[in-house]
Design a protein around this ligand. Structure first.
Ligand SMILES: [Zn+2]
Length: 350
């Protein structure tokens, strides 16, 4: 019997979830955070940028889109939901535009053919007051399910910006962490029990990993919540197993295309936390079928315990169409339900 098996990390995480009042099913389903913006919101964002509509009118469209995604997640039966980030353009710029100490720079090229305005740290980083709390509350009012608070981590904020103020990258990162912690506290104050602090940039420079961990410590230390972090599309083999020192309960990873390699690493050095296990590719238009997803879960169980696994897409779904995103989530829920049912039947003591 795997439940409560060995008294280590994963079991502690289940206990912690219960302590903070969250009773989740085996293999909880969730998503990484972003959903596509419906065409009406895309039009409104364009109109707002051209000065044709007011900030209030744009906000109305963002609220409508958020409500749509809340209803959709409810209908699909996702266990742990998100607000869908309909109010964000870029995950770093959204926060940089609000926080003190940043200026927004010229367009630079990031991955592929995407261009973005790279923020510049020009002064002391300052938390401006709640940046995501209103949206968390707005989303939470529409559901009885737990809603994750969603933040961009200090290291990714730093790595995707220019630093012209702090003497070192480490100091800039720790300054960001100190201020991001205030947003975490504001979310907890509002009632959030889970906060995801995304660090997709984590595997960019392996030598910086010790203070990425230190920064996460600054942002979360002593706070009573279930913490997650999302890491994706990087050289995971360079940061593993050191990344297990991140002071979070759950690490969210893209696994659908990389499972064999990564599970081999996790076999060698046991994955000691909960994992949000990506089972669908977010860069493909093709919607996986439920059997394929169940096979991926079966493969996960060759190395991981069911108690430590959450199920989600590889990354945010914002680059898919609304229809594709919905269908990809539908297949995750359908496959997980079947898989969960079989697992419970098969492990029930005789
Ligand atoms: Zn990602």
């Amino acid at each position: 019997m795997w439940v409560g098996m060995d008294g280590t990390g994963r079991v502690m995480n289940r206990t912690k979830l219960k302590q903070i009042g969250l009773d989740l099913p085996l293999l909880p389903t969730t998503t990484v955070g972003s959903f596509p913006k419906p065409p009406s919101l895309m039009r409104a964002r364009g109109d707002f940028a051209r000065g044709k509509i007011s900030a209030a009118a744009l906000r109305k469209e963002e609220e409508k889109a958020t409500a749509f995604w809340m209803e959709t997640q409810e209908e699909l039966g996702i266990d742990v939901v998100v607000d869908g980030e309909q109010y964000r353009g870029d995950m770093v710029a959204y926060f940089a535009e609000k926080m003190g100490g940043f200026e927004i720079g010229d367009l630079v090229r990031s991955y592929g053919n995407r261009y973005y305005h790279k923020p510049i740290i020009v002064g002391e980083i300052r938390w401006p007051g709640p940046m995501t709390v209103d949206w968390w509350k707005y989303a939470s009012r529409m559901t009885s399910r737990p809603v994750k608070g969603m933040l961009t981590g200090p290291y990714t904020m730093l790595d995707w910006s220019f630093n012209e103020h702090y003497p070192s990258r480490r100091e800039a990162c720790l300054a960001l962490a100190k201020e991001i912690r205030k947003e975490v506290e504001a979310l907890l104050e509002a009632g959030a029990k889970m906060v995801q602090i995304d660090e997709p940039a984590i595997s960019v420079r392996v030598e910086e990993l010790p203070w990425v961990i230190e920064a996460m410590q600054v942002a979360t230390d002593g706070l009573q919540a279930y913490f997650l972090t999302h890491i994706c599309y990087g050289a995971f083999e360079y940061v593993y197993p050191k990344v297990l020192e991140m002071p979070v309960d759950n690490i969210d990873l893209d696994m659908s295309l990389t499972a064999a390699r990564r599970l081999a690493l996790m076999q060698k050095d046991r994955f000691s936390k909960d994992i949000s296990y990506g089972v669908v590719d977010v860069h493909s238009h093709v919607v996986e079928d439920a059997d394929a997803v169940q096979q991926r879960l079966q493969q996960a169980l060759t190395v991981l315990d069911p108690e430590q696994i959450w199920v989600d897409p590889d990354c945010g779904l914002k680059t898919r169409t609304v229809e594709e995103a919905v269908e990809k989530m539908r297949v995750i829920v359908e496959a997980t339900r079947k898989f969960r049912g079989e697992l419970i039947r098969n492990t029930r003591p005789a």
